[in-house]
Each structure stands twice: as C-alpha cells, then as structure tokens.
Design a protein around this ligand. Structure first.
Ligand code: CA
Length: 227
C-alpha cells in the first residue's frame, strides 16, 4: 500500500508521539491534533484517508467527534481508546466508526487495522462505481451514498445505508445476520445482533412499510418490494 494521509486526534503526548513516528517512518502524511474541535476543523479543511480517534479528549468526547466526523465524509475511522467496555464500542461502531482498538496496542496491530479499513473502503468505492441498485421503486446509489423511494430521498445514517445497500445487492434472498454484521460492521467485531435489529427497525420505519425487510426465522433478513 502506498502513501496515506492520516489524521490523528489524541491528547496523550506519548501515544501520539509513538503513532506519529511510526507512520512518519512509512513515509505517510500524518497530522496530529490534541482535541476534538480542532480535529473536526482539520477534517473538514482537507481530504483524509483515515481518521485515528481517541475517545477521552479534553474538549468534546470522541463519541461526539465520531458522530460529527460522519457528517463530513465517508473516510474510515478507527477509534483508539482505553475505554474497552461494550457500550462505548457499540456506540462508536453504530455512529460510523469502522474499527475499535483498545489501548494498549502494538504499532504493528495499528498498521494492520489501518491497512484493512483502507482496503475495504477502497474496494467499496471501486465496486460502487456506476452501481445504482434498484428494487421496485427503491434505488440505492452506492457511489453517491444516497437512497430514494420513488422521488423521496431517505434520510439514513451511514450504517443504515450500508445495511440497506447490502440487502439490496441481492433482493429476495435471505441474508444471515452474522454475514450482514460481518460485512457492514467489521470482521473484527463480534457484537450483539441487537444492533442489527435496531438498524432494521429504523430502516422499516423510514421505508414506510415494514414488509420491505422481512425477518426470516432462524436466518436473518430479506429485502423485497411489498406486494
Ligand atoms: Ca485521551
């Protein structure tokens, strides 16, 4: 993998120093901010390949930074935090983080995670080219990351969009919960399927008809036009 542009938001000077040195040694472009608000400003001002984000920051919480960063763009976000409890993890991933690394971690581990999220995002950008998926009046444009039902644009969170796009790739087929979780969230994340249920419930509401996403007992979900 070639050159990457990485933004690090981390207030701990020794951790930040180690990360900056490691990425610098690879010849990557690494910028460092020590708080959430300046991090968000930097995020908006330039294009980034990956955001590395601490949660315990001096101004606003990293969870809030994750939420706002997702409004800025679709670049991969890796949370690096000493907070390893499931609540933070689930919340960060639901708000659109792509991976979650609990401190302390090794630099090789971090580099492997950066490469993995970057590869996945490059692949999805590539496979999303010229592919607007259509299921009856529902259209899902993966390149623009927009979904429409008839003329109406659906207001979806990033993860809701990804669940919908995943199901729309093969309408009428039953998709396993585990497979959806793995594909839409992260292969490293073995979270509860309650998260998926919550996203499906939200999607049904936004689609205006629960029959769009049918529950397949013991398996998972199927997307189809209600008849
Ligand atoms: Ca911190």
């Amino acid at each position: 993998m070639g050159f990457m542009k990485v933004l690090l938001v981390e207030d701990d000077a020794s951790i930040a120093g180690a990360i900056v040195d490691s990425l610098d040694a690879l010849g990557w472009d690494i910028a460092h901010e020590t708080a959430g608000l300046p991090g968000l400003q930097r995020l908006q001002a330039e294009q980034w390949d990956v955001l590395l984000l601490d949660l315990g920051l001096p101004d606003i919480d990293g969870i809030e930074v994750t939420r706002r960063a997702r409004e800025v763009g679709t670049f991969p976000i890796i949370v690096i935090s000493a907070r390893g409890d499931e609540g933070d993890r689930v919340l960060a991933l639901e708000l659109g983080a792509d991976d979650y690394l609990v401190k302390p971690f090794g630099m090789r581990e971090l580099l492997a995670r950066i490469r993995a999220v970057h590869r996945r995002s490059a692949q999805s950008a590539e496979s999303g080219k010229d592919t607007a998926l259509a299921v009856g009046p529902l259209s899902v444009d993966q390149r623009a990351r927009r979904a429409h039902l008839g003329e109406r644009e659906l207001e979806l969170t990033p993860k809701e969009f990804e669940v919908l796009a995943y199901l729309a790739q093969d309408p009428g087929s039953a998709h396993r919960r585990e497979t959806i979780l793995q594909d839409v969230w992260d292969m490293n994340w073995y979270g509860s399927t309650k998260t998926l249920d919550a996203h499906v419930a939200a999607l049904r509401k936004k689609l205006g008809d629960a029959r769009w996403i049918e529950s397949v007992r013991g398996v998972g979900f199927r997307l189809q036009e209600p008849r």
